[in-house]
Design a protein around this ligand. Structure first.
Ligand code: CUA
Length: 172
């Protein structure tokens, strides 16, 4: 038993100076992450894929709108795409819109988990059976925007892709 009084020692926080620096560094990092998330969400408009609705993956393809996957023209340059992901293709495989369009994607899976990444946009979603993932992007620059499955879904995963084509000279 020690005769020293431990009270003063246990009352205050003691850490090795080196450890103390790392603790401070962690706190600064936490603050930096919080600022980054806030700027991305509020200033840059980053969107998290909305868990829009729940569907039954066994029957989702049997009824509208999923029984007719594809592009819908809403007018004023606004479009929606209802897309089905399945081993090993996207329906539709190709989408064409005029430049200046705003396209909202609703994507769901009929079997296993897939991914949906649309090149040159911030659209990057996980496609989980039973859930509808939703994101919107604007397409001002004509060209081809490939979309790929980036979640390993089976032997032919690498063959799962499609293409959004933005055509020049939209009449809007
Ligand atoms: Cu679908 Cu990988």
């Amino acid at each position: 038993m020690s005769t020293d009084t431990p009270t003063e020692e246990t009352a205050s926080f003691h850490a090795d100076p080196y450890e103390r620096k790392w603790i401070m560094f962690s706190l600064v990092l936490l603050a930096a992450f919080a600022v980054t998330v806030a700027v991305a969400g509020f200033a840059l408009g980053f969107q998290v894929p909305g868990d829009e609705t729940r569907v039954d993956p066994r029957t989702v393809a049997d009824a509208p709108p999923w029984s007719q996957p594809g592009l819908r023209d809403l007018g004023n340059g606004e479009y929606e795409v209802y897309m089905l992901a399945q081993q090993y293709l996207f329906q539709p495989r190709e989408i064409r819109v005029p430049a200046g369009s705003t396209v909202t994607f609703y994507v769901t899976s009929v079997d296993v988990q897939h991914g949906f990444k649309l090149q040159d946009t911030n659209i990057n979603m996980q496609i989980v059976p039973g859930h509808v993932s939703k994101l919107t992007a604007e397409f001002d620059t004509p060209g081809e925007y490939p979309y790929i499955c980036h979640e390993y879904c089976g032997v032919a995963h690498a063959a799962m892709f499609g293409s959004l084509i933005v055509e020049a000279g939209g009449d809007s």
